[in-house]
Design a protein around this ligand. Sequence first.
Ligand code: DOR
Length: 458
Amino acid sequence: MPVNSVKHTGFGVSLSESASMNLLLKNGTCVTPSGTAVADIGIVDGRIAAIGTIGTAAAEVIDCRGLHVLPGVIDSQVHFREPGLEHKEDIATGTAAAALGGVTAVFEMPNTRPATTTAALLADKCRRAKGRAWVDMAFFVGASAENVVELATLERLPGCAGIKLFMGSSTGDLLVPDDATIAQVLANGNRRVAVHAEDERRLKERYTIVEGGADVGMHPEWRDVETALAATRRLLALAQATRRRVHVLHVTTAEELPLLAEHRTLATVEVTPQHLTLAAPECYRELDGFAQMNPPIREGRHRAALWAAVANGLVDCIGSDHAPHTRDEKNQPYPGSPSGMPGVQTLVPVLLNHVAEGRLSLERFVDLTSTGPARIFGIAGAGRIALGYPANLTVVDLKHRRMITHLAMASRCGWTPFDGLTVTGWPVMTLVRGRIVMREGALLGDPAGEAVRFLECL
Ligand code: DOR
């Protein structure tokens, strides 16, 4: 049924009596751009065809009374390890974790083996996702000294989320540490560049602090505040000089925030659930190497500053930085242990628990996990419950209390830093373009994720 046969009636719309819908979500509390209210959502051919009071004429009707229906959560930073490191994760397991966690689309990072630096390697990832991804996907292309002149072409290829730049070394070998090459990266292309901002020179200088073995609690000492601040300062100066927009991933320090606020027109800001939830030194005592990530989890004053930036609007989105490593790898002595923790399946419950505890409104949650990523990356038709939009929806039960456990994790790594945390708020249904891919903790149907489409892509 064409969407334009929908009749507008006040708050929402209703379908003409003769229309047949594929799916009808009845009586959910819907978070829409025009407010949060109880409404029915009618879905036809994967799109939202009606919002309002709709009756019951549909192939399938689901009662959502007492549940909240949100625009599909988009996790704009995950590492799925395929190709090359599938013993940690692959596209099938990573996207299963996403769907089970209420996430409808993920943007995957390029530090696989080989790193995603060419059109052929991007196309290879898109091919691998076909028929195996449970949710929609896009892939970042990694910037390197070798591909710098091709970036303007690469960033516009189908399935490309944009360019990712590592200023400091982390997992994998992608690295562009020097100003001259970073300026070249920024000068080649138009889309917003996603950046891991840690200063490589300072990381190298300070490595002696931990070299040869140290307590993992030293991680934020080695990769200190100045390491992050110096890189962000350099990045913003270069972005200004080249007039290129950037997206600063996983911001962790109080000190970077005023600087980012001064450069609102150039830079968008991501924080992660783990930096908003965990803090040093406790996290290292409790989780040991499983708390190790880059940039590090820092002291409570930084966490408080990140929350203030969430509250005052500076933070544009929350991504999980899902970075699975096996338990054996994480149990290696520091600093030989790899950095990163899984998070795609726990992003929604952990953040809903912050909603339950009053740190975040549900509307701001939607802004940070759906509307925000759609705006930052220019996703075509996402981030809101609106007529004609693809029916990417995350249905949550804000009252449901449940303990997060290692056992429930679908990620191949099989652990979560939040094991044992009882949260209030849980995803109960994930819809990708009108198809229910998860309901009550079970995956449904077949993996039929597609490439996310962007306004500036070919
Ligand atoms: O802790 C991290 N792990 N930070 C990154 O930047 C990369 C990630 C990974 O891929 O393991």
